[in-house]
Design a protein around this ligand. Structure first.
Ligand SMILES: Nc1ncnc2c1ncn2[C@@H]1O[C@H](COP(=O)(O)OP(=O)(O)O)[C@@H](O)[C@H]1O
Ligand SMILES: [Mg+2]
Length: 217
């Protein structure tokens, strides 16, 4: 089977693209899949994460020089993996984002539930709509990230998200120190042991939902 490709995209820096890409790739790899993270961001956050410790379960490769040729480069690698997760830079209109969305089966858009972040994400909605001219089967989901429980603002903004035009993933990522620790240690929540048990369940639920979408599409 040829790899299923997930592009993690957003116009906004700090929305959680790299965090989502690495947690998802880690969960898929720990379930036994062959996973490549294509680090398409010159900041190389994904690469730094993977090399901050030993034995990150997914392969991470720096492809930040490929820009608009990313899809061509990755097409040659489709047979080698079950999943390719693209971590992209914060530019909705950049050639690299267009290239990632051209190859992807699923675009994931991490959004922090704040109006500023939601407004900034409108650009990526346009980029996804554009990409569908060439890639009509492209699925897209918003992933609500850094959710703080029970804040009124979060609830109000979450209520707006359905109007956004891209369906929401049911799984969310809460704001958790465990995720920052994973980045610092080059790890996945599994590695943090019992103190990250809830984080691990959250990330596994995310992985399962993504796999279901990809299997149905
Ligand atoms: N769910 C989360 N819980 C805690 N910290 C988070 C979470 N998501 C992202 N962060 C932190 O927010 C910052 C930006 O996240 P990052 O994944 O680098 O965003 P992007 O790749 O979109 O720029 C980082 O410091 C990261 O550790
Ligand atoms: Mg990043």
């Amino acid at each position: 089977m040829s790899a299923r490709v997930i592009a993690v995209v957003n116009q906004k820096g700090g929305a959680g693209k790299s965090t989502l890409a690495m947690l998802l790739a880690g969960a898929l790899a720990e379930s036994g899949a062959r996973v490549l993270v294509a680090d398409a961001d010159p900041q190389n956050t994904a690469l730094r994460w993977a090399t901050a410790g030993e034995g990150f379960p997914a392969e991470v490769e720096d492809l930040s020089d490929e820009e608009g040729k990313l899809h061509k480069r990755l097409r040659k690698r489709l047979e080698d993996y079950d999943y390719i997760v693209i971590d992209s830079p914060p530019h909705a209109a950049a050639p690299v984002t267009e290239s990632a969305l051209r190859l992807a089966h699923l675009a994931l858009v991490p959004v922090i539930p704040s109006p500023l972040d939601l407004w900034a994400s409108l650009k990526i909605r346009e980029a996804i709509a554009q990409a569908r001219h060439r890639n009509p089967a492209l699925e897209a989901r918003i992933v609500v990230n850094q959710v703080q429980l029970n804040t009124v603002l979060a609830r109000e903004v979450l209520a707006l998200l359905p109007e956004f035009g891209i369906p929401l993933l049911a799984a969310q990522l809460k704001q958790r120190t465990a995720y920052r620790e994973c980045a610092a240690m080059g790890a996945t929540p599994t590695r943090l042991g019992s103190r990250a048990a809830i984080a691990l369940m959250e990330v596994q639920a995310l992985g399962r939902e993504v796999v279901e979408i990809l299997e149905a599409s």
